[in-house]
Design a protein around this ligand. Structure first.
Ligand SMILES: Cc1cc2nc3c(=O)[nH]c(=O)nc-3n(C[C@H](O)[C@H](O)[C@H](O)COP(=O)(O)OP(=O)(O)OC[C@H]3O[C@@H](n4cnc5c(N)ncnc54)[C@H](O)[C@@H]3O)c2cc1C
Ligand code: FES
Length: 258
């Protein structure tokens, strides 16, 4: 949880205004990096932005000690992060949060909507070492399909879904999942809340274990400020609140109230 400075190794376009940043991050590897964890990145040269910005770890290279992030500029904070150049240094805390857990699953579907496909890259790489992985991603159009080469090389099957039908299935990721047939041992999903709600309903209806990665505005990023609270339910059905940063961002689908 100690902040460190990492040098920007590269900053490249990933289409549709997205940027892929590779950052030197040796301290992140001291305790290992799990799929679905995130980095909390300080906005550079911007004292007006006190809060760091949470960004999922898209990939982690333990040999070169680098982390990769895919960032969609939304407001001034992410715009300034995306404007950094190779050689610049940025302050970050990583890895943070609880990520996806394969448990004993042998047949996994990874579902990513929009920028939610980014954390599925490292997840697919790690899980495909011991399980059959199917990746299903959703984007507005063909141009928004990210990391196609990685998903095609490590997954047993890669299903692309687009809103405009310009590539793959013309429809949502749930339509993509339904098109596969069969039933996985585990579904892991990350994306906008309406998509997570649909995946949660699909998993509960088909009695499939499911883990969902939630997004929430964050303050501290490590459990101290409660800015990121979300409603959860314990196994007896009682509602409570959890912290997305420290208890998540990945939760069991039976636990979250969306
Ligand atoms: C665990 C986690 C992982 C994330 N991973 C990624 C990622 O891999 N790539 C990526 O591009 N973004 C990711 N985000 C979202 C990213 O953190 C926000 O887009 C960013 O903080 C916005 O900051 P800003 O200064 O650019 O925008 P602001 O000026 O703060 O806000 C601009 C717009 O973005 C919305 N926004 C702000 N924070 C969030 C948020 N946390 N979630 C959703 N919308 C938000 C605001 O409501 C507003 O409409 C993640 C968020 C979380 C919580
Ligand atoms: S962001 Fe502070 S508790 Fe989660």
């Amino acid at each position: 949880m100690t902040p460190f400075f990492g040098k920007i190794i590269s900053n490249e376009s990933a289409g549709m205004g997205l940027r892929t940043l590779v950052i030197e991050a040796a301290p992140a590897f001291e305790e290992g990096v799990c799929p679905g964890q995130f980095g909390h990145i300080k906005v550079p040269n911007a004292p007006q932005h006190l809060l760091r910005r949470p960004i999922s770890i898209m990939d982690a290279d333990s040999a070169n000690k680098t982390l990769t992030f895919c960032i969609q500029p939304k407001g001034n904070g992410t715009e300034l992060i995306c404007a950094m150049k190779p050689g610049d240094e940025v302050e970050l805390i990583a890895p943070l949060g609880h990520g996806f857990s394969l448990d004993e699953a042998k047949n996994v579907w990874l579902i990513g909507g929009g920028i939610g496909a980014a954390p599925m890259v490292y997840t697919a790489k790690q899980f495909s070492k011991t399980a059959d992985v199917v990746a299903i991603t959703g984007s507005r159009s063909a141009e928004g399909v990210i990391a196609r080469d990685v998903f095609e090389s490590v997954c047993k099957h890669f299903v692309v879904c687009t809103d405009d039908g310009s590539c793959g299935i013309h429809g949502t990721v749930v339509a993509g999942a339904a098109s596969i047939g069969g039933k996985p041992d585990l579904i892991c999903a990350c994306g906008p809340t309406p998509m997570l709600r649909a995946v949660q309903a699909f998993a509960l209806e088909h009695d499939i274990p499911c883990q969902l990665s939630l997004e929430q505005h964050m303050g501290c990023g490590y459990g101290a400020c409660l800015t990121c609270s979300c409603k959860t339910r314990d196994k007896d059905g009682h509602e409570d609140y959890s912290r997305v940063c420290a208890d998540g961002p990945v939760f069991d689908a039976r636990e979250v109230v969306l």
